[in-house]
Design a protein around this ligand. Structure first.
Ligand code: NAD
Ligand code: UDP
Length: 318
């Protein structure tokens, strides 16, 4: 029986998903160490946690080794720019955090005998030729295109995670996260949901790349946090897809946000970015079988909660 409290490290804990995860872990009474360099995270995301007993913030760039005194039982490694606008603005930082940053956090997990969970991504499948995407699909990534800095960093991160497990017996898990949205995304982070909500709240037309017929499957952040916790607490080592199977065209995402905000459905079109995936939907049979997990919050409900949060956040910052 474990007598000391569970101590958990969350890298990227000041980001969108990381801050929701820190909040959830604290609610369970765990000790949470949030490590972040704020390259895409925000102090405001964790300001309300600073006074919570058991929470500690360490401002650190994980591409440098990290030595923490005391025990550590779990490491959630989320540090990495995630929005295409962010990672194309920060190409070398993204490659380095996925490679050196992941190596450093795996070394820490090994030293502390902690279970390590990598936040990987559906982008390891690139512009997929198989639909929906199963974990066994090996992907279709352009190694030198503008998205490769993220895709290949995460593919390397998966490879080194698997190698630590095989070589040292480090207890590892790999979460292949599909598009996730919700409160605490930056309104200007460039991803489709915050962009469309920002445009709707400003009464502007929706900015659509390409035809808008390309699809994504959107998962609400609270569901994703539950999935990450379940995977961490499972004994599984191989990659597991986590996400919603409700696939929507970009134009339909705009339609939903238009309906909920009353913004008229008008579009301004821009060219589709190079290698922007045409369709994306996970096969989540494995997550369902291993973890008993599937999302509980439907997209319209999640979008309503997100719009409501952005209205409040805009009120705070304007
Ligand atoms: P985010 O940009 O909001 O959060 C990432 C956090 O990592 C930020 O707080 C940032 O400051 C921090 N960070 C980046 N580089 C760092 C470094 N070198 N050292 C320390 N901290 C660093 O992004 P998010 O959407 O919350 O994504 C979190 C994780 O989940 C990422 O690893 C991302 O690749 C993965 N993911 C997210 C999605 C999604 O739809 N949100 C989908 C697939 C995978
Ligand atoms: N997209 C869009 N308008 C925007 C932002 C994004 O049409 O203002 C499109 C983008 O080209 C992509 C999809 O929406 O086809 C999802 O983009 P996002 O950046 O949210 O995530 P990702 O491409 O990483 O799935």
């Amino acid at each position: 029986m474990r007598l000391d409290p569970i101590r958990v490290l969350v890298t990227g804990g000041a980001g969108f998903i990381g801050s929701a995860l820190c909040e959830r872990l604290l609610r369970d009474g765990l000790e949470v160490i949030c490590v972040d360099n704020f390259v895409t995270g925000r102090a405001a995301n964790i300001a309300h946690l600073l006074a919570v007993p058991g929470f500690r913030l360490v401002t650190h760039d994980v591409i440098e080794p990290l030595d923490l005194p005391g025990p550590l039982h779990e490491i959630f490694h989320l540090a990495s720019p995630a929005s295409p606008v962010d990672y194309q603005r920060l190409p070398l930082e993204t490659l380095r955090v996925g490679s050196a940053g992941t190596d450093n956090m795996l070394a820490l997990a090994r030293a502390k005998n902690a279970r390590f969970l990598l936040a990987s991504t559906s982008e390891v499948y690139g512009d997929p030729l198989e639909h929906p995407q199963r974990e066994a699909y090996l992907g279709n990534v352009n190694t030198v295109g503008p998205r490769s800095v993220y895709d290949e960093a995460k593919r390397y991160a998966e490879a080194i995670t698997a190698a630590y497990h095989r070589t040292y017996g480090t207890d590892t898990a790999i979460a292949r996260i599909f598009n996730t949205f919700g409160p605490r995304m930056r309104l200007n982070d460039g991803r489709v949901v915050p962009n469309f909500i920002a445009q709707a709240l400003a009464g502007k037309p929706f900015s659509v790349n390409g035809t808008g017929k390309q699809t994504r499957s959107l998962c609400y952040v609270d569901d994703m946090v539950e999935a990450l916790l379940s995977l961490m607490r499972s004994p599984h080592h191989g990659p597991v897809n986590l996400g919603s199977t409700e696939e929507m065209a970009v134009l339909d995402i705009a339609g939903l946000i238009a309906d909920q905000t009353g913004n008229p459905l008008r579009f301004v079109y821009a060219p589709l970015g190079q290698d922007d995936p045409e369709k994306r939907r996970p096969d989540t049979a494995l997550a369902h079988r291993l973890l008993g997990w599937s999302p509980a919050i439907g997209i319209p409900d999640g979008i309503a909660r997100t719009i409501s949060w952005f209205r409040t956040d805009l009120g705070r910052t304007s």
